[in-house]
Design a protein around this ligand. Structure first.
Ligand code: ATP
Ligand code: MG
Length: 406
């Protein structure tokens, strides 16, 4: 059914003391961004609640966008009626008819800031409760202590507001309130989930993606971009930074013993990500590593790779099992894309048996034969940045899968 307004509750935000204003302003901006396709919508971020005034825009569609905005604990669609008891009854009847699917308990709870209204809160609770029982008596019973449905009636100066649904929001903190991070995004399952979790804690992300043409295809690049388009639903838009990695991989493969290929490649990837973070004011590098998942993700390996920087390297899925990661990937809609069979630059150059306990001194020694600065400089010179918006598509999946199979 069509509502007039959506009332948004902040949750965790309200505990943020001095920063509260900053959080609420940012949430207001993010909600406006998420709803930019609904030009008539007006967003009012007040200290206690945020109000989305629909002005006739489709409430179901607006709510489906709101569900992806971090920093929202719950929200309720609201009907606004004239200050007239009959109108309140009509609206309550419509709302509950739309909502009730099985027997439930309920109560009416009234708040009155307009004290000139003809009924007080006690009268409204009793009269409207009786009216609801008359109409829905076969499904609803009253429970004033722990009702499953609360019909809220808010009598204000400009009208009466009614709501009866509480919808769970995305939780977390508004994107942009926790600083900026560089997300190392492959085309795999884990890094998009790590990105989602970082966004959920308020980090604004830029994606760093390494690609190695001609060893990796245009489709592999398009897949990483399309994953970014999926993730942008949670924050509006994301900068996608593609970093050419072919020369580095070829050189490392030629000059480094096989057991350390992966370690040295990763050290170079991390150095590049850190340099990009420094240039673009990123405070940390994020990746999709999960402890023990593969050879490069042991603690010894993480330590040897991380030795190249003192910028924090944060791993949102570190302690997650693969099945838990897959579950989130399915929920956020990245899984089906992630399992498309396009070769990643790491898959192509991964040796059959990488060291699971690489040593820092060995890694440093093998790097001595490499012109690290020159390799990095040439890679950085080839960087391309694209702004990707929510839902942008880059793959024509049917054609591409077919082409890969040929
Ligand atoms: P994912 O599913 O995220 O690819 P994975 O389990 O396949 O992870 P690896 O391929 O070893 O693990 O990569 C570990 C992490 O390194 C990734 O989660 C990602 O953060 C980063 N990474 C790997 N390949 C790339 C790439 N081509 N571009 C950017 N980051 C990458
Ligand atoms: Mg991978």
């Amino acid at each position: 059914m069509q509502y007039d307004e959506i009332m948004v509750r902040y949750g965790e935000l309200s505990t943020k003391g001095r920063n509260k204003r900053h959080f609420i302003d940012r949430l207001g901006t993010n909600v406006r961004d998420a709803l930019h396709k609904f030009p008539k919508v007006k967003v009012h971020p007040n200290p206690d609640r945020l109000h989305v005034i629909l002005n006739g825009e489709n409430s179901t569609k607006v709510m489906s966008h709101l569900k992806k905005v971090f920093g929202i604990q719950t929200f309720s669609p609201v009907l606004k009626v004239a200050k007239d008891y009959e109108a309140v009854c009509d609206a309550a009847k419509k709302m509950l008819a739309d909502q009730i699917t099985e027997p439930a308990t309920f109560k009416v709870e009234t708040k009155r800031s307009d004290h000139h209204f003809e009924m007080d809160t006690f009268q409204m609770n009793r009269e409207l409760g009786g009216f609801i029982l008359d109409h829905f008596g076969d499904q609803l019973t009253v429970d004033v202590h722990h009702p499953e449905i609360t019909v809220w009636v808010d009598i204000r100066l400009d009208g009466i507001y009614l709501s009866s649904k509480v919808i769970k929001g995305a939780g977390g903190l508004p994107v942009g309130t926790a600083g900026k991070g560089m997300m190392m995004l492959s085309g795999g399952i884990d890094s998009p989930v790590a990105a989602y979790l970082a966004l959920k804690r308020g980090v604004s992300l830029e994606m760093v993606h390494f690609y190695s043409p001609p060893y990796t295809s245009e489709q592999a690049l398009a897949k990483a971009k399309e994953l970014t388009g999926k993730l942008a639903h949670y924050c509006g838009s994301i900068n996608f930074i593609e970093v050419p990695f072919t020369e580095i991989q070829e050189t490392v493969k030629e000059k480094v013993p096989e057991g350390y290929l992966m370690t040295i490649q990763r050290r170079l990837m991390l150095r590049l990500a850190v340099e990009i973070a420094n240039r673009r004011k990123g405070l940390a590098v994020f990746n999709g590593e999960s402890l023990g998942q593969v050879a490069s993700q042991t603690m010894e390996s993480m330590r040897t790779i991380e030795e190249v920087t003192n910028l924090p390297v944060l791993r949102p899925v570190l302690s997650y099992d693969k099945t838990e990661i897959i579950k989130i990937a399915e929920e956020i809609g990245t899984y089906d894309l992630s399992i498309l069979p396009y070769e990643d630059c790491c898959t192509v150059f991964t040796p059959p048996s990488p060291k699971t306990k690489p040593r820092i001194d060995r890694a440093q020694k093998y790097e001595q034969v490499l012109d690290i600065n020159g390799l990095m400089q040439r890679s950085l010179d080839g960087i391309k940045v694209t702004k990707i918006h929510a839902g942008d598509e880059f793959l024509n999946q049917n054609e591409d899968v077919f082409a890969e199979l040929l």
